[in-house]
Design a protein around this ligand. Structure first.
Ligand SMILES: Nc1ncnc2c1ncn2[C@@H]1O[C@H](COP(=O)(O)OP(=O)(O)OP(=O)(O)O)[C@@H](O)[C@H]1O
Ligand SMILES: [Mg+2]
Length: 264
């Protein structure tokens, strides 16, 4: 598979008052088209900074970054925005959907910016929502959807422009463990269809579905491990008891409470 992302000695330095913060230190990585990569590391180790640079939301202080066959580290803000809008789909922990706006309209939004006409926009947004299993929820607003459903809408929105890759910063961080598994199953499906996906996670339970794990510490890449046989999220999901037959009052529903972080 061709290399999609190539960084060499990528560094990002922030100056805050008299402090110099080395958020990324000479990071050199190659990521092949079609990989599913998990980025791990403690808080403050530079994971989001790397995602922002890879996503063309931010420029490195030094070093090079090529996306496909294009060097992007020295592009100006307008050119960077162009690459970002056409080439990269983003998924965030907090979904970042527009409130009081239907799922369909949320997914249409990137196509509005791309100047696609209404009818084509609605068709593409609709088929993308079907692809993530929400064909019956297109008129629902975010507040009328569960956390997992909201994240599916966000994934449909990330996919609708047909990007080169998906960048997801803690996409399951606000979801319970069953819903996280559902989202990882969706990512694995998309990855098997060829989509390159890079996701940040704190949870080994999420990283085990990736084919490669990059570990960061103090801004440096300290470990790059291939996971030759990633777990299959679909299989694990199938082995869970169906939701509607769980006992209602036992209080021992491990799946619903074990890894819930924040609110969905
Ligand atoms: N805009 C900024 N200005 C100054 N310092 C920043 C900025 N963004 C991040 N940093 C610093 O850069 C370092 C890396 O931050 P980053 O957000 O990439 O960490 P992270 O690995 O994503 O952490 P977390 O797991 O908590 O999300 C931290 O020390 C952080 O304080
Ligand atoms: Mg972060």
């Amino acid at each position: 598979m061709p290399v999609l992302i190539r960084t060499r000695a990528l560094s990002k330095v922030y100056h805050v008052g008299d402090n110099v913060i080395h958020a990324l230190r000479e990071v050199s990585i190659d990521i092949q088209q079609g990989e599913l990569v998990a980025i791990m590391g403690p808080s403050g180790s530079g994971k989001s900074t790397l995602m922002n640079v890879l996503g063309c939301l931010d420029r490195p202080s030094s070093g090079s970054y090529a996306l496909g066959d294009r060097e992007v580290s020295d592009l100006d803000a307008d050119a960077l925005a162009e690459v970002r809008n056409r080439g990269i789909g983003f998924v965030f922990q907090s979904f970042n959907l527009l409130p009081r706006t239907s799922a369909l309209e949320n997914v249409e939004l990137p196509l509005v910016y791309a100047g696609i006409d209404t009818r084509a926009r609605q068709q593409r947004a609709h088929s993308m929502l079907e692809r993530v299993g929400l064909g019956a929820r297109t008129d629902h607003q975010p507040a009328q959807l569960s956390g997992g459903q909201q994240q599916r809408v966000a994934i449909a929105r990330a996919l609708v422009t047909n990007p080169l890759l998906i960048l997801a910063d803690e996409p399951t961080g606000a979801l319970d463990s069953r819903t996280s598994l559902e989202i990882m199953a969706l990512f694995q499906t998309l990855n098997r269809e060829g989509m390159t996906i890079i996701l940040v996670t704190h949870e080994p339970d999420v990283a085990r579905f990736a084919g490669r794990i990059l570990r960061f510490l103090d801004g440096a890449l300290v470990e790059d491990t291939i996971n030759p046989q990633p777990d299959d999220a679909h299989q694990l999901l199938a082995a869970l008891p169906p939701v509607n037959t769980l006992p209602l009052s036992s209080g021992t529903d491990k799946n619903a409470s074990s890894s819930t972080v924040g609110s969905a």
